[in-house]
Design a protein around this ligand. Sequence first.
Ligand code: COA
Length: 140
Amino acid sequence: MTLAPGYRLHTVAPSVEDYCALRLESGLSPKTAEQGEAAIAGSWAIRSVTAPDGNTVAMGRIVGDGGWYFLIADMATLPAHQGQGIGSAILDALLDEIRDRVPAGAYVTLTADPPGRRLYESRGFEDVAPGRTGMHLVLR
Ligand SMILES: CC(C)(COP(=O)(O)OP(=O)(O)OC[C@H]1O[C@@H](n2cnc3c(N)ncnc32)[C@H](O)[C@@H]1OP(=O)(O)O)[C@@H](O)C(=O)NCCC(=O)NCCS
């Protein structure tokens, strides 16, 4: 997917401030700077996109073991920049990096919020098998 003129896809992480702002402003749950810093440092791969004015307007990252298990996380595009193919470009770049760096057979998982569902389905993601559901635990 080609980005609109002036938009640039980067293999570097957003700043911690931009990470927190992107989550918040795109409607994801807020995270502290401490959480953001560790999230960025612990990512297996990450992408950010800057707009023509140089501001960071989107991101996406992979938490992975480098062998076969990969979790797509923090897919976020600022509302004013959505619907221009930025999220698609980030997802494609992240999936290409898995294809390039690990043996075939990688398991790529994510939790699809409604805004991202169509994007993920267009790239081949499917619901987990009938009878299996995603589960989570948030430690207080
Ligand atoms: C999901 C998200 C990252 C997609 O980013 P994006 O830059 O808008 O992505 P794209 O422009 O490549 O669009 C991908 C799909 O998202 C949908 N979409 C994007 N922007 C939209 C908008 N403003 N209104 C409705 N649908 C939209 C479209 O279905 C689009 O598919 P299409 O091109 O086949 O119509 C973005 O919508 C977002 O940040 N949402 C809020 C945060 C969130 O929920 N993130 C986690 C998702 S699991």
